[in-house]
Design a protein around this ligand. Structure first.
Ligand SMILES: NC(=O)c1ccc[n+]([C@@H]2O[C@H](COP(=O)([O-])OP(=O)(O)OC[C@H]3O[C@@H](n4cnc5c(N)ncnc54)[C@H](OP(=O)(O)O)[C@@H]3O)[C@@H](O)[C@H]2O)c1
Length: 333
């Protein structure tokens, strides 16, 4: 039998990972212990989140120099010491970058090869597929007729987002880099439009493809692409922050609010425009005035006397020097 070939992380990558950041080693294949499966890897998944693990920033934990590189793989069971699995079974597990892993049966998922091509269990039928499905349908809430824009549109996540949205009756615009990706997105995946940010101007492309704005933006990139899409959101739009390809290779935090925190906290971010909530005014006045009378609400006022002092007071306000609600007392009560 051949050895187990393993790929270890040799050192933390700086910027874009290079081959020299990794080290290939061989070791004898381990025997499966009680409850374990000895396997041979068929497909290994390479996913953007692994870059975060290398820099120790990913929520699933870090890979340290000297350790086996992490990753999900599809494997064939060679020897099973668990009643639920037999030799020849196909399993998915986070068994890392190695040719012959020994996997705890409890951490292996048996796959039915009749469901789809095996490699798709790492793509559209796997973790990226679930990301697209749940992210779009549960968070993006697409409605028939919506304009849905997705970045990294030819990838596992992006391509499925677009195609599910199409099935749901939306108009789909994919953002992608290379011309061949754009051609695939429209020609094969059935997107209505593709916008290339490499062979053309992203903003002009979005304006052309979405003249009426964007109802759902599914973001896989962050950075300027997120900014460009945000500039074009329609009233009531939903933005799904999913990935940050634009910043994974950087050790610096980008300027401005970092979407990473929103993703990490699974937070919902919604735009507030007070004019939309006029129907609550009467209720608000009734409630808050009651709380005020009951002494349960306190407030501060920053008063300026006389209209002539309004400009100065306004200037103070805009410098943040006001303490409480800025008010100009113009006349007597
Ligand atoms: N939140 C979650 O739970 C979750 C789960 C899975 C995946 N994700 C995220 O989903 C996104 C897509 O994942 P995927 O597996 O389907 O990958 P993918 O789309 O196959 O690959 C990433 C693509 O990002 C695009 N990209 C844009 N700007 C880039 C830049 N500055 N550097 C490198 N690539 C850039 C590239 O396509 P173009 O050249 O066409 O732009 C690249 O092909 C990733 O951001 C990933 O982290 C999130």
């Amino acid at each position: 039998m051949t050895d187990n070939t393993k790929v270890l992380l040799k050192r933390q990558s700086t910027g874009i990972p290079v081959a020299d950041d990794f080290e290939i080693t061989t070791a004898p294949i381990e025997a499966a212990g009680d409850g374990e499966l000895q396997c041979e890897t068929i497909y290994l998944s390479l996913d953007p989140y692994l870059r975060g693990k290398i820099s120790g920033r990913h929520m699933s934990g870090a890979v340290l120099p000297g350790q086996l590189m992490a990753g999900e793989a599809i494997s064939r069971v060679l020897v099973s010491n668990n009643a639920g699995f037999a030799a020849g079974d196909i399993v998915a597990a986070h068994s890392g970058w190695q040719s012959h892993p020994v996997i705890e049966a409890a951490h292996a998922r048996k796959l039915d090869p009749a469901v789809g091509p095996l490699s798709t269990f790492l793509g559209i039928l796997g973790m990226p597929g679930l990301t697209a499905y749940a992210g779009l349908l549960r968070l993006g809430e697409p409605k028939s007729g919506d304009i849905v824009v997705v970045s990294a549109a030819s990838g596992a996540v992006g391509s499925l987002v677009g195609q599910i949205a199409k099935i749901k009756g939306c108009r789909i615009v994919g953002i992608a880099g290379a011309a061949e990706k754009c051609a695939w997105v429209t020609g094969v995946a059935g997107f209505d439009e593709a916008v290339s940010y490499k062979s053309g101007d992203l903003r002009k492309g979005l304006d052309r493809a979405c003249p009426d704005g964007i109802d759902v933006y599914f973001d896989n990139v962050g950075g300027d692409m997120l900014q460009a899409a945000m500039e074009r959101l329609s009233i009531g739009a939903r933005v799904v922050l999913c990935g940050l390809m634009a910043q994974y290779n950087s050790d610096e935090m980008p300027p401005g609010p970092n979407p990473a925190f929103i993703i990490k906290a699974r937070a919902t971010v919604r735009g507030m425009v007070v004019y939309d909530h006029e129907d609550l005014r009467e209720e608000m006045v009734t409630e808050v005035s009651r709380w005020l009378r009951e002494g349960r609400i306190q407030y501060l006022e920053d008063r300026a006397e006389g209209l002539e002092n309004a400009p100065r007071a306004f200037s103070r306000l805009m410098q943040g020097k006001n303490v409480g609600k800025a008010i100009v007392v113009v006349g007597g009560e």
